[in-house]
Design a protein around this ligand. Structure first.
Ligand SMILES: Nc1ncnc2c1ncn2[C@@H]1O[C@H](COP(=O)(O)OP(=O)(O)OP(=O)(O)O)[C@@H](O)[C@H]1O
Length: 229
């Protein structure tokens, strides 16, 4: 589902590469934690999977597409197949919960009938039915992240990329978000999550990929967080 073949990335202003000769494959349906110290290249990996950044060297394949050969006009089609969740939720502040999720479907041209069917279903999945008319600032942080997860998942993406999704949440709330990501993964969606959250990684026992200075230093199935900062 995601293949990095000898990928290096040197940002224009850098003298040390953000990723260096990275080779790894993530299969359809896997749940993978990306760990490593700050600056080790986790977000760069996620951005390159979305083709927000291009490699300096090497090849990337995502959902059957060679990103090197993908023309720019096809990039939005690729991104439709990938849901994203971030630490800071990134909800539209002036739209209700319902509208935030519906918007993700409107921009890709889904008919109103489908929106009125799919949004309530995904709100139920994330445990927010009854709160569809609230604005984001009328929700707790955990609830806002549930909206963000619902928005990322409503279009049933092949892949869900999460960049420190529990970074702003307390431990109990984080566990709730992880249960949700686990449930989404069980529907067949491949989940890749960059995180510094040791207790979550240690509890979930999923595949752990560790980066250090842009290099792969560990790839462990049913792994633990492992490194100390
Ligand atoms: N747009 C950019 N331009 C220049 N350098 C960048 C850019 N984005 C990231 N970097 C550098 O690339 C390296 C990897 O950064 P990246 O954000 O991928 O790390 P990370 O593992 O996600 O860190 P964190 O855990 O703090 O989020 C760092 O040295 C960072 O300073």
């Amino acid at each position: 589902m995601i293949l990095f073949d000898n990928v290096s990335k040197l940002y224009p202003t850098q003298n040390q590469a953000a990723l260096e000769s990275l080779t790894l494959e993530i299969e359809k349906g896997e749940f993978v934690f990306l760990v490593g110290p700050s600056g080790s290249g986790k977000s760069t990996f996620l951005r390159m999977t979305l083709r927000e950044e291009k490699p300096t060297a090497g090849r990337i394949r995502v959902a059957g597409k060679d990103l090197h050969r993908l023309s720019n006009w096809k990039v939005p089609h690729l991104r439709r197949r990938i849901g994203t969740v971030f630490q800071d939720f990134r909800l539209l502040p002036n739209k209700t919960v319902f509208e935030n999720i519906a918007f993700a479907l409107q921009v890709i041209g889904k008919p109103r009938r489908q929106i009125n069917r799919d949004v309530p279903a995904v709100l139920e999945l994330v445990g927010l039915d009854g709160k569809e008319d609230r604005l984001p600032d009328q929700l707790s942080g955990g609830e806002q992240q549930r909206v963000a997860v619902a928005r990322a998942f409503v279009n049933r993406p092949l892949i869900l990329l999460a960049d420190e999704p529990t970074g702003n949440l307390d431990p109990g709330t984080s566990v709730g978000i992880m249960k949700l990501l686990d449930r989404i993964n069980r529907t067949g969606t491949t989940v890749v999550m960059a995180t510094h959250d040791q207790s979550i990684v240690d509890q979930m026992r999923k595949r752990v990929i560790e980066l250090e200075h842009g290099k792969l230093v560990r790839d462990q199935s049913r792994g633990v967080y492992g490194y100390t900062r």
